[in-house]
Ligand binder design. Sequence first.
Ligand SMILES: [Zn+2]
Length: 102
Amino acid sequence: MDCKGAMNKFVDFIDDKLSVADLEEFLDHMNNCEECREEFEIYYTVIMGMRMLEKNPHNTEINLSSEEKLQSAEKWLKSYKLRRIEKRVTFLLIIIYIILVW
Ligand SMILES: [Zn+2]
């Protein structure tokens, strides 16, 4: 993902609308690109400020800073991957169990 692609995803990222694949690419770029992180900070502050003024009751993450938002997304992605691995391992164990028992 290049800078333009990352910046196009700012709003979707803030709204948690990115697919897992997009989120992974997005975070990867954000981790390696200072320019986009700075841009995102401005974006995030403006959008969250606007939403706070509108008093949107669906917004529970108003108090997060842009940095915290990135970190929490990263944590989520890690736990998502872990859950996926766990599912595969469980599936494999079940198969092994069936083979052994039969
Ligand atoms: Zn960039």
